[in-house]
Design a protein around this ligand. Structure first.
Ligand SMILES: CCCCCCCCCC(=O)SCCNC(=O)CCNC(=O)[C@H](O)C(C)(C)COP(=O)(O)OP(=O)(O)OC[C@H]1O[C@@H](n2cnc3c(N)ncnc32)[C@H](O)[C@@H]1OP(=O)(O)O
Length: 222
């Protein structure tokens, strides 16, 4: 399986790296929102671009050799999915979701959707909501011990989701052979805005590999 790595990182270094990753991503996330909302003139924009390019050059001075972050296992058995578009700690595109798993099987996260996620005026883009639902339903299935790749995701958008504070939640509903069916929803202060059902399938290559448990762990994204 390409894209999966094991790295010998101790607890303290992991903590330090996580802090750096979180800080950079948050700074760029803020920059993205500021870019969406800015009204500066061409001269001020040119100055800003110079600074942004200088910052990018610093980040490029030491980078991973691959074109993706992948999934990186740490010495303590935890793993980093820092490039993930929804939960990635070092991905400024990600809101990011910090998913909590309750003992009763509910996976949930509360997070801010800023101006970078707009679709209709003042509302979250439906495709962004789909990505969030895909992730949290998949994470719920994985956490319940039945992970898989998304085969089908069905969403019913009930009302617009206002930009601002958003909650996503999901749980594994049932398992039918190799298919795990999870259900979930998005809500705001105005109530449920979108509901979803997802079918997650442990791929044939994983089922047939003879190392399904190891692959389940490697595939899972939580
Ligand atoms: C993994 C950890 C999860 C943690 C969070 C994840 C969140 C993020 C999730 C993603 O973004 S995943 C990326 C988006 N999804 C993909 O890229 C998946 C691309 N598709 C595939 O890789 C394969 O088509 C798939 C693994 C879904 C199915 O291939 P298989 O070769 O394993 O299916 P197979 O033909 O053996 O069928 C097995 C069962 O699944 C059913 N099936 C196959 N494709 C399906 C589908 N697309 N939708 C619903 N059911 C499907 C099929 O009917 C059959 O049902 P039965 O067992 O009841 O007979």
């Amino acid at each position: 399986m390409s894209g999966y790595f094991t790295e010998d990182i101790g607890a303290q270094e992991l903590q330090e790296r996580t802090a750096v990753a979180t800080d950079i991503a948050e700074a760029v996330r803020t920059l993205i929102a500021d870019t969406v909302l800015t009204e500066v003139d061409a001269s001020a924009a040119a100055t800003a671009i110079e600074h942004i390019e200088a910052a990018a050059e610093i980040l490029r001075s030491r980078q991973l050799p691959d074109d993706s972050f992948g999934v990186r296992f740490n010495t303590d058995g935890t793993k980093r999915t820092w490039g993930n578009a929804v939960i990635g700690t070092r991905n400024p595109i990600a809101p990011p979701l910090d998913v909590v798993f309750d003992d009763d099987g509910l996976a949930w996260a509360e997070f801010e959707m800023g101006p970078a996620y707009e679709g209709p005026a003042g509302l979250v883009h439906g495709g962004i909501l789909a990505a969030i639902l895909d992730q949290i339903l998949g994470s719920a299935a994985e956490h319940a011990g039945a992970p898989g790749m998304t085969g089908t995701l069905t969403i019913r958008y009930r009302q617009g989701t206002k930009l601002g504070k958003v909650r996503a939640e999901a749980r594994l509903d049932r398992v039918e052979g190799v298919k795990s069916i999870a259900v979930g929803r998005i809500s705001t202060a105005e109530g449920t805005t979108a509901e979803a059902e997802g079918i997650f399938i442990l791929p044939r290559w994983a089922r047939e590999s003879g190392a399904a448990d190891k692959i389940r762990k490697a595939l899972s994204d939580g």
